[in-house]
Ligand binder design. Structure first.
Ligand code: NDP
Length: 339
């Protein structure tokens, strides 16, 4: 059973060498009556929050625990049930949820899994558009931002797993949408494939405030926040009266010992801005409603999804750590096995 294990806790920026690929033995028979399932992992999702779990967390936060040293890391993935002692799962079922970064996983916490019913779309989509990032984009944009036709929307990390969907949802709602991303290729992708009205490379802008003024001469109604730091500061200066900011993530801050200060928070008062953070797992009750909305649009080609797949568990460490250097072009997925 090939596995990706945590070799040492991350301090400062994560490195590939914090992780290690190893082979260990596994018993492919599960004990009778244990209520568990044995799964073959197919697709593993690379998500920025996983870096937090690679740190030796001292905080007593019940929603995030450190990975165990020397054990396989875990995250969202798509898997196939190969043996089951659980009444709700049978051999051959395809599922998505929290699994191990390994070829086969024995799982007892089956309540975190969704059964995959719709198989006419790429199965890997259940790590992205049809999985956790999809629900994040849906809940964050529709529930928190309450978009209205004609509004001005800005999305950071716009070509990523979540951002590319927010931009397309904004277009479906009749909004004007601009995205920021970290390379020319990503900017082209946003404008030419994902339907953003405009996009810019934030790494090439000396003055983010000036860049936002250029794209939003009348200001921003909705900001979907993925990065934090300097970008948030510049956005606060450019928000319109009664604007909304959905705080999904702040990836630019995750690996800093000392998070950057945000200087223009008082704009929240002056402009009556509503800024709200959210955690996707509070919103999974929306999943059936989301599937109903998104599946027909995928089938009709009205929503597209860009994935960036790496083959084999060996590619896992580089794929995961690469998120922080912007190496991924779209949703980063590690392919462990094809069905
Ligand atoms: P992505 O697929 O967008 O991958 C991460 C991207 O972030 C990189 O490709 C890179 O793109 C960008 N990035 C990396 N470092 C920096 C930096 N220092 N400054 C600015 N941008 C950076 O990830 P996701 O779409 O999965 O996640 C987006 C955000 O949403 C993250 O902050 C994540 O933690 C958060 N999230 C929160 C959830 C919640 O429940 N609240 C659920 C899911 C995600 P580029 O080349 O453009 O810089």
């Amino acid at each position: 059973n090939k596995q990706v294990i945590l070799k040492e806790y991350v301090s400062g920026s994560p490195k590939e060498s914090n992780l290690q690929v190893r082979i260990s033995s596994i018993n492919l028979k599960i004990p009778q009556g244990c209520n568990g399932i044995l799964v073959k992992n197919l697709y593993l999702s690379c998500d920025p929050y996983m870096i937090t779990r690679m740190k030796n967390l001292q905080l007593k936060q019940d929603y995030v625990h450190s990975f165990l040293l020397g054990s396989p890391i875990s995250g969202y993935g798509v898997a196939k049930v190969i043996e089951s002692e659980h009444p709700n799962f049978k051999k051959g079922d395809l599922i998505w949820g929290m699994t191990g970064w390994e070829e086969y996983s024995f799982i007892t916490a089956t309540e975190t899994f969704f059964k995959i019913q719709d198989k006419d779309v790429p199965l890997s989509y259940y790590t992205g558009i049809l999985g956790m990032p999809g629900v994040s984009a849906y809940a964050g944009f529709y529930e928190i931002c309450s978009p209205k036709k004609g509004e001005y929307v800005f999305v950071s990390a716009a070509s990523g797993a979540v951002g590319q969907l927010v931009g397309q949802f904004a277009k479906l709602s009749g909004c004007y949408v601009v995205g920021s991303a970290g390379s020319k290729e990503k900017v082209d992708l946003l404008k030419n494939k994902l339907g953003f009205d405009e996009a810019f490379n934030y790494k090439e802008e000396q003055d983010l405030n000036a860049a936002l003024q250029r794209y939003f001469p009348e200001g921003i109604d909705i900001y979907f926040e993925n990065v934090g730091g300097k970008m948030l500061d510049a956005v606060l200066l450019n928000m319109r009266l009664r604007g909304r900011i959905a705080v999904c993530g702040m990836i630019s801050q995750y690996n800093l010992d000392q998070p950057e200060g945000v200087h223009y928070l008082s704009n929240i008062i002056l402009k009556r801005i509503r800024m709200e953070g959210f955690m996707v797992f509070d919103h999974y009750h929306l999943y059936p409603k989301y599937l109903e909305m998104i599946l027909p649009r995928i089938r009709q080609g009205k929503i597209v999804y860009v994935e960036d797949k790496d083959e084999g568990l060996e590619s896992g460490p580089a794929a995961l750590i690469g998120l922080f250097a912007g190496c991924n072009q779209g949703k980063k997925v590690v392919v462990v096995a094809h069905e």
